[in-house]
Design a protein around this ligand. Sequence first.
Ligand code: DGL
Length: 277
Amino acid sequence: MLKASKYKKSEQAIGIFDSGIGGLTVANAIHDILPNEQLIYFGDTAHFPYGEKSADAIKYYALRISDFLLKQNCKMIVIACNTASSVAFHVVKQHVGVKAIVINVIEPVANRVAALYQQGKIGVIATKGTVKSDIYSQKLKELNPQLQVTSLATPLLAPMIEEGFFNNKISKTIIYSYLSNSKLKKIDALILACTHYPLIRAEIEEYYKQKVKIIDSAEIVAERVFNQLTENRLLNTTRILRSKFYVSDYTESFAKSTKIFYKDKVVLEKNTLWENE
Ligand code: DGL
C-alpha cells in the first residue's frame, strides 16, 4: 500500500530515472522550463551500462525503480533512458497504471523527426540494446514510410561519458571513429538516441560542421512533460520543494557530473533498492 501524500497531486514530484548521469540532461531541460517542479532523480549506477544488459534485466530494474518513485508519490515517471524506454516502457506503464503518468524518451523524438522530415536519411546512434530493439526505425517508418533510417550501435560512448571523458582527445578519437562509419554516410539528421550523448553534442557538431542536423532528446522530452502536465492539470504552481538525487551506487563521476548541471547544490543519496534481497 502506498502512503498517501500530504501534498496535492500537482505539488508532487516528477520522478526521473536512467542508468547513470544521462538522464540528468533530461532533468536539466525539465528544470529549465518547469522550475517550480520538484524532481526526484534515480541513477541506477550499480547496473550501468543498461546498453549491455538483457531486456529482462532492464525490465526488472525499471519496475523496481518505478516502485521506489511511486513510494515517493511521484505524479509522473520519466524514463530518461532510451535503452530502458525501448524495452521496458510498456511493462512500466502497465505496472504503474493510473498512479502516475509515464513518459518515455523515444516517442516524442520520433514524432518530432517525422514532423520535420517528409523524406531523407535519418541516422540513429545509440546503445547496443536500443539498436537491437530497432525501435527508432519501426516508429519512424510507422509515422512516415518515406524516411530511410540507419542505426549504429556506439557502445563505448555512454561509459566514456559516464567516466567524465568528453571534450578531450580520447573522446574526439572515439566519436570521430564511430561517426565515420559508412552506415552514417549522407544522413540528413542524426538522432542522439542515448540520453548521455547531449554531453558530447559539441564534439558531434564539430564533426559534421552544420551539414547534418543534430537531434537530442532533452528539450523535446521536456516539452512533452510540460504538455502532459498541462493537459492533466498537474502543473505545480504553489509549493516549491528541493529536488532529490539518488544513486544505487555512489560513484565519483556521478557526483562530479551532477555538479556540471547543478553546481554544488546537489546532495547525492545512496539508495540500494536491491539491498534486502
Ligand atoms: N542513457 C542511456 C540511454 O539513453 C544508456 C546508457 C547505458 O548503456 O546505460 O540509452
